[in-house]
Design a protein around this ligand. Sequence first.
Ligand SMILES: Cc1ncc(COP(=O)(O)O)c(C=O)c1O
Length: 358
Amino acid sequence: MRQATVSIDQQALQHNLNRVKQLAPQAKVVSMVKSNAYGHGVANCLDALAETDAFGVACLEEALEIRKLGHQHPITLVEGVFTEDEMQVVIDQGIELVIHHQQQLDWLLAHADAYLAKDLKVWVKLNSGMNRLGFKASEIIKVIQDLQAQGFCCVLAMHFANADADHPVNEQQKQQFLQIKAACAPILASCCNSAAIFRWPELHFDFVRPGIMLYGSSPFADQSINQLGLKAVMQFDAAIIALNEIQAGEYVGYGSTFKATEPMCIAVVSIGYGDGYPRAYNTQNYVYVQGKKMPLVGRVSMDMIAIDVTGLDVQVGTPVELWGKQRLVDDVAEANGTIGYELLCRLSQRPVRHMINN
Ligand SMILES: Cc1ncc(COP(=O)(O)O)c(C=O)c1O
């Protein structure tokens, strides 16, 4: 059997959820499990996240998967429904909607009685400058006031474009959110993703919406999960499948991009871009072997990578950590010009997934 495994550490997931609760003790937690729990496998994560107040997903299919797995937590559909025919399923399954444009509002109003009968909140999204989803500041107050007048319990919702960095748009978004919140008071409110949970305790309000921090990847380019008190949830391992002693002047891999300048021992490892391991690196990338940081050499292939194991006592079958507790996924992402979110989400189904509960 191919030695390429993804292990999901449920205790680390629980630890990270508790970290959210420690940072935002007054707020309810909507754990974001969209995109198959950021690539971790939603079925592997829901039990470990059972102490969350709610789940957040991007589409109805993801919400139904949660129900199919037997979880009855509140679910927020963060982009709302895409067509009116989804409304009845949403109501039957007790799923809460975000509404972010007029058509969704019309669909909601057409099903108002059934939605209200289920006692579901409606999340009304403000476009405060990200220009992705949401009603503009000039229109949202009327939308909310009309819904409130009809008996809907509304949550004013917003998403920061730059919560992970200093940017003048942050202040603009904050001020707009606070103004609308005041104009619609009393109203429930939610605007914090992982980065905002760390940075702005004063904005936690009623619901926080952590995603990446739950999985033990940092929302900040300049702070590691260790500094943030988070634990890596995914352990991604493979194994050495061949060893080659090479001489100075010999090449490794496609394109012959790596040329040895001295005698080396090259290990071929059972992982490649077909598994979701990133191919395009422009700075040096590393893996961990026997607790040591060892460099990749040559190009990443579909099913294999080559690493320099000169000086190590390794053999076929020796395990290799691609990312996990020693080599943080964020460091692999940085070496490949991307972010942890992307590496986690685009893992393929080929590596075998395990759950571990220490
Ligand atoms: C609306 C919304 N809230 C919260 C999150 C979670 O963000 P993060 O993973 O940065 O914590 C996301 C993720 O993209 C989102 O779209």
